[in-house]
Design a protein around this ligand. Structure first.
Ligand SMILES: [Zn+2]
Length: 168
């Protein structure tokens, strides 16, 4: 009789309550990994940008203390201290979840499960940064830039928007 183990289906079920980029790699802590450079770039993109110990867990931009947590990439993220927020209210890419061992991981752009709560990086709430620097809605920025180009091209081609048939 095939067991669940044989089906490769039962490993660490308690570690995968939510989907996320880190769900694919949860190796033992301290192991050096070939994709580490890629993951460090991803970590910077995700916001796991320290400050790294032994530096104090203070924001380099505003000086406020954050809640520093290790991530699965080996780098640390400074989370905004406080209670969890409804994940659906937090911009994608800034939803941080804490595993049972206190390790933080970024849920990426995945849809949060109904009722899920998450933490936010301090950076998202930092008074030392402007919204232009924080860029909380990066995917929306990309759409806006794309549409800016489209609108400019259309204005150039049409002269007066609406005066000519829409040729796409
Ligand atoms: Zn700050």
């Amino acid at each position: 009789m095939p067991t669940l183990e044989a089906m490769g289906d039962t490993h660490e079920p308690h570690l995968v309550p939510l989907p996320g980029p880190d769900a694919h790699h949860r190796p033992p802590a301290g192991t050096r990994r070939p994709w580490e450079n890629i993951d460090q770039a991803q970590a910077a993109l995700d916001g796991a940008t320290g400050p790294e110990p032994p530096a104090p867990p203070l924001c380099p931009e505003c000086g406020l203390a954050g809640e520093r947590r290790p991530t699965h990439t080996g780098q640390h993220v400074l989370l905004e201290p406080g209670y969890p927020l409804p994940a659906h209210l937090v911009p994608g890419g800034h939803r941080w979840y804490l595993g049972g061992d206190g390790t933080a991981w970024n849920g990426g752009l995945d849809e949060p499960p109904p009722g899920a709560t998450c933490r936010i990086p301090h950076r998202l709430a930092c008074p030392g940064l402007t919204l232009d620097e924080i860029r909380p809605w990066r995917w929306l920025e990309a759409v806006r830039e794309f549409n800016t180009d489209r609108a400019r091209r259309k204005a150039d081609e049409d002269g007066f928007p609406g005066a000519l048939p829409d040729v796409g």
